[in-house]
Design a protein around this ligand. Structure first.
Ligand SMILES: *Cc1c(COP(=O)(O)O)cnc(C)c1O
Ligand code: SF4
Length: 346
């Protein structure tokens, strides 16, 4: 067994252990864990400084998850975009291949919380292979995103098999992985894994840091190893109430990511997934964050703020209104708030 697999085994999964460690009442957590599993790796647990802090909120169950509300189990209609059980095919040229049903830490705000960590999500190897057959038979697919769950919880030998099969498909140009293990289980990013990924260039990995306290020396080493192996690193953050919805926290996160050689890619507005409503922010909050960052932070550090439109209609960028009028002249608002006329071409 590899070190990272031992770490996974040592993770916290029960309310009693958690309650004992932090001196809280386990009873309110019990029912939540029965519905939505908990797992907290030793590394991530070590980042909690106190009950209710931004790390705690991301990984410890909250009774608010059981609030009944109008939100959907599958807000992005992924199940109807599945021509094969392991595929989500929404855009013509790219697909998600759901390669794993589990994650190192179960994020409480997860869009796929209806599924992750549940038996229903554990796709068989045969289903993943059927997904690869679908990709092979669909020439317009140029970009395959391994998703899940967290694909990097697969053992190297399975990952290698999947990636080799995908690389043999002539029309697949780009391979990507979405993984939170650089944040939650950095010991997973072994030399062996990096040697494996190095062979599949152009290979992109989008990771998922949400808070500057997640930028630990271990996470930095993991990202450094991946970057040294030629993996192009991006980051997808979720805008979370009480975690990262203020400009100082967001700025520290984005600056820290660039230091780790990770380009901020998306800032996701919360989806309307059942059990996650307590993390929702207003859209004005996201716009105000972008306005606070623009001008004081390099464009390299500023992600696209996106809303994934319900029903699987695609992601759209939300942009503060810098272009106020457009005709023979454009009326522009500067980052400092001045209004400037800019002549348009005839
Ligand atoms: C987000 C997403 C993608 C990838 O979109 P990019 O904008 O290229 O990163 C692909 N398929 C689905 C279903 C998605 O939700
Ligand atoms: S790592 Fe990703 S898929 Fe897994 S629980 Fe967190 S947000 Fe969901």
């Amino acid at each position: 067994m590899e070190i990272w697999q031992k770490s996974l085994k040592q993770s916290l999964t029960g309310a009693a252990e958690l309650a004992e460690r932090f001196g809280i009442d386990p009873a309110p957590l019990q029912g939540v864990i029965e519905r939505y599993p908990m797992r907290i790796t030793p590394h991530y647990l070590g980042l909690i400084e106190k009950v209710g802090d931004p790390i705690w909120r991301q990984c410890v169950p909250d009774p608010a998850e059981l609030d009944e509300n109008e939100m959907a189990d599958d807000p992005l209609n992924e199940e109807n975009l599945a021509p094969s059980p392991a595929i989500v095919h929404r855009y013509p040229d790219r697909v998600l291949l759901l390669a794993s049903g589990s994650c190192a830490v179960y994020c409480r705000f997860c869009t796929r919380k209806r599924k992750v960590g549940c038996a229903a999500m554990n796709l068989s190897f045969g289903e993943v292979m059927a997904g690869i057959d679908y990709i092979a038979a669909t020439p317009q697919i140029k970009d395959v995103i391994l998703s899940g769950g967290d694909p990097l919880l697969l053992p190297d030998i399975l990952l290698k098999e999947i990636l080799e099969r995908l690389r043999r498909i002539p029309h697949v140009e780009i391979l990507r992985i979405g993984s939170r293990v650089p944040v939650t289980l950095p010991e997973r990013i072994t030399e062996g894994l990096c040697a494996l990924l190095r062979r599949f260039s152009p290979f992109y990995l989008n990771t998922h840091f949400n808070h500057p306290r997640e930028l630990t020396p271990e996470a930095a080493e993991a990202c450094g190893r991946l970057a040294d192996a030629g993996v192009v690193l991006g980051n997808q953050t979720v805008l979370l109430r009480g975690v990262n919805d203020d400009p100082a926290t967001m700025e520290a996160l984005l600056r820290g990511l660039l230091r780790l050689r990770v380009r901020p890619y998306y800032l996701h507005h919360m989806d309307l997934a059942r059990g996650t409503g307590h993390f929702r922010t207003r859209i004005e909050t996201g716009i105000a964050l972008l306005e606070a960052l623009r001008g004081s932070l390099s464009g390299m550090a500023i992600p696209h703020y996106v809303i994934d439109t319900p029903g699987g209609r695609g992601k759209i960028p939300i942009v503060p209104a810098y272009l106020e009028e457009l005709g023979d002249s454009a009326l522009l608002r500067t980052p400092g708030g001045e209004r400037i006329a800019f002549p348009n071409a005839l």
